[in-house]
Write a protein of this length. Structure first.
Length: 139
């Protein structure tokens, strides 16, 4: 896919995520995707594979929060097979506490699939509101 096609794909994915719909995102994750949450905190680790990413990261976040969970794009920048998305997330913990974070996500795409992701976020806010991430396995 071209740089423009990659950018438009991520715009389409985030258009759905802004409405709480992650189906297009999941559809375009490569089975062997690698997701790195950056930083030096309990959430900072690498998730290997689509199943592990959905179960161990997103599944855990879902267990802590209520619907809707939205991530709204602020800016989308593309360079060849990489797309950078600056976004804002809004969620409520199950007890009603707001979790609003800002993200910068770097995606690498191949043949219309997301093969690598790197996420930058306010990790102190994440741990303060969502707590410590309980696992270090990333598997």
């Amino acid at each position: 896919m071209s740089e423009l096609e990659n950018k438009e794909l991520l715009r389409a994915i985030y258009s759905k995520l802004a409405n709480g719909d992650g189906s297009l995102f999941v559809e375009h994750l490569d089975d062997d995707v690698i997701m790195r949450v950056t930083g030096r905190n309990s959430w900072s680790q690498t998730f290997n594979g689509k199943e592990a990413l959905i179960r161990n990261l997103y599944g855990y976040v879902r267990s802590l929060t209520q619907e809707p969970r939205t991530v709204t794009p602020v800016r989308v920048i593309a360079d060849d097979d990489h797309v950078v998305v600056e976004a804002r997330g809004e969620m409520l913990r199950k007890d009603g506490v707001r979790y609003e974070n800002e993200y910068c996500l770097v995606f690498k795409l191949a043949n219309g699939k997301i093969v690598e992701m790197r996420e930058y976020l306010d990790s102190a806010l994440c741990e303060r509101v969502l707590g410590m991430y309980p696992r270090k396995d990333g598997a």
